[in-house]
Design a protein around this ligand. Structure first.
Ligand SMILES: CC(C)(COP(=O)(O)OP(=O)(O)OC[C@H]1O[C@@H](n2cnc3c(N)ncnc32)[C@H](O)[C@@H]1OP(=O)(O)O)[C@@H](O)C(=O)NCCC(=O)NCCS
Length: 149
């Protein structure tokens, strides 16, 4: 079973950190005092995580990762959608992130576009009113019975 859980500022971050350590080899830092984190579980095992914080007029997504053994099962997509849903819930004017070049396509799928480059990192953004979490609208399957048009 797949489930998601939010961890507000000040919460026990054990599950968040188990993913962060496994993906980025990083532990707790000062940003955890400002950020809300989300964990996606597969059969109660923390498999994916990411965090969301507000700074200077923008919401930022960071440290979004899925443990290598759980990739390719749409858990990263779910983690990103949960973060965007939370940003939408906060009436985000825009959401920004820094992605390694190799991951930019993953974020572009949900409408993020390149804003600038910082070495090998791509700064990407999406205006809040362009966040589209209805996966049917973006789906290209022509003969899907769920398709309305
Ligand atoms: C990027 C990452 C989170 C993707 O997680 P994942 O669970 O394997 O991805 P999903 O299974 O949810 O993939 C969803 C879709 O995105 C696509 N996708 C996955 N990784 C991609 C990438 N690097 N570039 C482009 N598309 C990608 C998949 O092919 C899939 O497409 P589909 O819907 O057409 O089948 C994962 O590879 C990861 O943790 N990478 C290391 C950390 C990282 O770079 N994080 C991003 C910046 S903080």
């Amino acid at each position: 079973m797949i489930s998601g859980k939010w961890f507000p500022q000040g919460a026990d971050l054990t599950d968040v950190l188990s993913v962060r350590q496994g993906v980025f080899a990083q532990g707790v830092d000062a940003l955890d005092q400002e950020a809300q984190s989300v964990v996606v579980y597969l059969d109660d095992v923390p498999a994916g995580a990411g965090r969301l914080w507000w700074r200077e007029g923008s919401f930022w997504i960071g440290d979004l990762g899925v443990l290598p053994e759980y990739r390719g099962q749409k858990l990263g997509d779910l983690t990103l959608r949960l973060l965007l849903f939370k940003a939408q819930d906060h009436f985000a004017r825009e959401v920004r992130l820094l992605a390694p070049e190799g991951a930019a396509g993953f974020f572009a799928r949900l409408g993020f576009r390149e804003d600038s480059r910082q070495g090998k990192l791509v700064e990407m953004m999406i205006p809040g009113d362009e966040i589209e979490l209805d996966s049917c609208k973006a789906c290209k399957k022509a003969n899907c019975p769920k398709r309305k048009e």
